[in-house]
Design a protein around this ligand. Structure first.
Ligand SMILES: O=C(O)CCC(=O)C(=O)O
Ligand SMILES: [Fe+2]
Length: 186
């Protein structure tokens, strides 16, 4: 992935033909401490991010198709190897049409509770969190690196494609406001 072993914001199951339903990450770093870094951050759609320390015997379980997450860079100056293994559980009913295809009827306030728990959020996530996606790419790959430039370009292209649609653009603006309001009240 990259030298620090970090991951930018992603879903473990981004779309078909992926079958992942559940992610289980098991952390086995002995004597993990804060200056090592490498925390996993889970971000429930439109909610508050949750940072989990990858300390020995910690297990994290989440929905692979509806949990945005990233892994913070490990500080290479601190001589500590990060040990982790991940198990993905596939599902038979993963990425159904209902999970996969955003409809015009989803682009309205009343659909927000559904989007917050549904894999449908994946279509809108990079637009709602466009800046956070960019920052995480830079933190993971390093400013000026080829990998950063390529991944940033890919993000920008996919974002522009999504925002071509006027209704999507308007709804994304609404979701950004909703997200801010919720962060201030939660
Ligand atoms: O290393 C971790 O904490 C999780 C890795 C991860 O997100 C992945 O493999 O998709
Ligand atoms: Fe992941």
């Amino acid at each position: 992935m990259n030298e620090g072993g970090a991951f930018p914001w992603h879903y473990d199951n981004p779309s078909r033909p992926n079958k992942r339903r559940l992610t289980m990450a098991v952390y086995l770093t002995d004597e993990w401490r804060e200056e090592v870094g490498g925390e996993i951050v889970l971000w429930p759609f439109l909610g508050q991010p949750v940072k989990v320390q990858p300390s020995y015997n910690t297990v994290v379980l989440f929905k692979s198709d509806a949990t945005l997450h990233k892994v913070l860079p490990v500080q290479s100056a601190v001589q500590c190897t990060r040990y982790c293994f991940t198990v993905w559980f596939d599902g038979f009913m993963t990425n159904t049409d209902e999970d996969q295809y955003l409809k015009v009827s989803h682009l309205q306030t009343s659909a927000i509770p559904l989007l917050r728990r549904s894999p449908l959020q994946r279509t809108l996530s990079r637009a709602v969190y466009e800046e956070e996606y960019r920052t995480a790419l830079r933190d993971c790959f390093g400013d000026g690196s080829v990998a950063y430039k390529i991944s940033l370009h890919e993000h920008n292209v996919r974002l522009a494609e999504l925002l071509k649609n006027e209704k999507v653009r308007q709804f994304v603006d609404e979701l950004k406001l909703y997200r801010e309001d919720l962060c201030n009240t939660e």
